[in-house]
Design a protein around this ligand. Sequence first.
Ligand SMILES: Cc1cc2nc3c(=O)[nH]c(=O)nc-3n(C[C@H](O)[C@H](O)[C@H](O)COP(=O)(O)OP(=O)(O)OC[C@H]3O[C@@H](n4cnc5c(N)ncnc54)[C@H](O)[C@@H]3O)c2cc1C
Length: 423
Amino acid sequence: MKTQLLEDEVLSAMSLSRQYGIFNANLMMLLSDEDKEFIENIQNICLEKEEEIGGTPGHNKLDVYELFPWAGSHGLINRSVEYPHRDDLEIGLKPEILRQWTLDIFNPQLSFAFGASVLAINPIAHHNEGKEPLLNDLKGLLDGKKIGCIGITEPLQGSDAVNMKVKAEKVSDGIVINGEKCYTTNSPKADLCVVYAVYNPEDPRSTMIQGVSHKDWNAGFKAERIGIPSVSKIHIGKTIFEDAHIPTDYITGDNGAGYDILFEGLVPERIGIAAQCVGNMWGAFTLASIYSTVREQFGEKILRHQAVGMSVIAKYHARLNVATMALLKLAETYDAKKEELADIPPTMNPLVATASHMKEYCSFLNHELCYELMHAMGGTGVTDQTKMPLYQGLSEISEVVGGTRNVQLLIGSRTINTMVKMA
Ligand SMILES: Cc1cc2nc3c(=O)[nH]c(=O)nc-3n(C[C@H](O)[C@H](O)[C@H](O)COP(=O)(O)OP(=O)(O)OC[C@H]3O[C@@H](n4cnc5c(N)ncnc54)[C@H](O)[C@@H]3O)c2cc1C
């Protein structure tokens, strides 16, 4: 913020602690005492950091990648996979979602960068087969000492990602890959990339591989930043592999196993994006609701003007609460099933359609809600005086990432076909 436009009292009314207060009040009836304590602990860590950063002006200048080690030391990068080296953290889909919401309100772009590292964490956690180098990567990523990314999308293969062209070739001590990935979140800053490639582009399903490529010992792995103005804090790259080596110990899926892992990974990714949308919306909603009670026009708080208070703020509050409850229900059911059934798959394959439904619904709502609530704040909403542009910016990309709306609807329509056949 170069020029302060709002009065000090208005700015301090929109503090992070007030945002958390409103968020907590909304969740009061939905969470157990244990859950409340869990989010309050994370909120206290974020509030301390908020003070150190210096509020919104600090967030506007922030290099989000500098906060990875801070977050990792508090177990704030991920709570859905077991840590190989820590047993003091609550793990599960519900803790993961609550962690994410708290971080999204704090800084949605930071939280998105963590999310891309988590996309590298998930396959390494599930497919490391006890290999020491992969366990070291997993620990480094969870601790925020390493930054990860996932390379699926290519310049010519977006929605049709399966027909990828990055070429893999077997060598005596592993695999060598050649080709380009794009839109790889974090890749210009990343230490490692979990990357997919195929031995035979004519037969991707039975020849797809997945492996971990490291930048430090791999001169053939390079990344150049792409400009994506709506999320200016996040480094998203064109990622180039030129004879990039993946040693045998870093192969997580070979000879077609990469194809199964690709689909297995998309389920938690989509649930994660849906959760991120909900957290982002809480950020936007809490700011707009505070502002609407401190800003007056025509002698009335703007919340009291029905076109703002009812037609926008109350309307999107209702939709946001419904999306919140849906995600909490999903998380609680999943965690309970995992507890109850010893043999539930560690991955989330049975939730393919649910993940697409959640992602499609929450990302569209995210875009609509942020736009409407930003405008409910008038000119203030579009300035850098508050975190609203950070929430709005994130909402512009959430429909594209993790598969566009049409891809989610395609999965949904195929599910309907299967359901009808099976009934
Ligand atoms: C900010 C950002 C971060 C990203 N991060 C990552 C990352 O970390 N790793 C990674 O691998 N990828 C990442 N992506 C890539 C993202 O997953 C793709 O952009 C997305 O899958 C869409 O691919 P595309 O951009 O090539 O669009 P296209 O596939 O070219 O689609 C263009 C349009 O055509 C529509 N369309 C395509 N096929 C069909 C169909 N069969 N039926 C109906 N409509 C269709 C789409 O819905 C879309 O509207 C990121 C993208 C962005 C913008």
